[in-house]
Design a protein around this ligand. Structure first.
Ligand SMILES: NC(=O)c1ccc[n+]([C@@H]2O[C@H](COP(=O)([O-])OP(=O)(O)OC[C@H]3O[C@@H](n4cnc5c(N)ncnc54)[C@H](OP(=O)(O)O)[C@@H]3O)[C@@H](O)[C@H]2O)c1
Length: 274
């Protein structure tokens, strides 16, 4: 039975990964969350997911190394000691920098320092520990795939070409995650383990509902012209359901043999981010 560890399944894209992978009763799906009781309650109230015996929720904050160590033994007990896939989806999306260029944030240096440390703790360091701790289970698995959910924002070429100036701190943390993926791949490709960064597109998980009209205007100003040239067919943010439905075949088809080791690709399986 293929086994999946998915981090950050409490909501958003992670919850949808949980939903779609667990729809196949042959899959064992382990979801990692910070608040286990809240997620179990949510699952028990979800008409689709309640009663799915192939879903297992375990608790860990990815910034808590001891909790991640416990998550390895808890996962091994559930799966019988191996793991086929990691979907490292948990991530911090800082609201501080979503709508502003880096130079405009310079007037708040203490806040920059705090936000960047928080972003690196979750998006970078948490995943380094997660991968190191779970590699022994992946080595015993069949599929041997470690997928990190990153962001098109972290693509240097797109940033350069289109002067994509929003979310500078978040983008930097995800660019660091892409390098983490490349470095793990450089070491473990020879063992047949695929490490791959995967961007989900722009997915509506409710953040824009919290944005001020002024912030939304900033997004429209940047994205309006960019989208008309870069992705004229873009129809707006996708739902988590649509995004995960696009990413699953990309994950299934990605392989070391296909040249994906250590790479960073989109929900379309290429470098087209939207
Ligand atoms: N939505 C988009 O348009 C978009 C675009 C590009 C990339 N992404 C990436 O997609 C992934 C999922 O994001 P989302 O859009 O679904 O956002 P979301 O709704 O904010 O979900 C984030 C998830 O990460 C978990 N998480 C955050 N910090 C954590 C920590 N320290 N330890 C464990 N879990 C933690 C959250 O758990 P709690 O409920 O406990 O907070 C939540 O389950 C992220 O990596 C994000 O960067 C999203």
């Amino acid at each position: 039975m293929p086994s999946y560890l998915i981090t950050g399944v409490s909501r958003g894209i992670g919850y949808e990964f949980l939903r779609q992978y667990s729809s196949d009763a042959n899959n064992i799906v382990v979801g990692l969350v910070r608040n286990k009781d809240a997620t179990n309650k949510k699952l028990s109230e979800d008409p689709d997911l309640k009663g799915r015996s192939n879903i297992h929720i375990i608790a860990a904050d990815v910034t808590d190394y001891a909790a991640l160590q416990n998550a390895v033994s808890a996962t091994a007990k559930i799966t019988g000691g191996s793991l086929d896939y990691i979907i490292a989806n948990a991530g911090l999306i800082s609201q501080f920098d979503q709508y502003d260029p880096i130079g405009d944030l310079g007037a708040q240096p203490d806040q920059i320092t705090k936000e960047m440390r928080d972003l690196f703790d979750v998006n970078v360091i948490g995943n380094v520990h997660l991968f190191n701790l779970f590699v022994p289970l992946i080595q015993k698995g069949q599929a041997k795939k470690v997928i990190a959910i990153t962001s098109g924002y972290s693509d240097v070429e797109t940033t350069r070409t289109w002067d994509m100036l929003l979310a500078p701190l978040y983008s930097t943390s995800k660019a660091a995650l892409n390098m983490v993926i490349a470095k793990f791949s450089a070491q473990f490709k020879k063992d047949g383990i695929l490490f791959l960064g995967l961007a989900p597109g722009i997915v509506d998980v409710g953040y824009d509902d919290k944005a001020t009209p002024e912030q939304l205007q900033k997004v429209a100003a940047v994205f309006g012209e960019f989208l008309s040239k870069y992705a004229p067919d873009f129809k707006g943010p996708s739902t988590p359901e649509q995004s995960v439905a696009l990413m699953r075949p990309v994950i299934a088809n990605a392989s070391i043999e296909n040249g994906n080791a250590g790479d960073f690709i989109s929900q379309f399986g290429n470098k087209q981010w939207l």
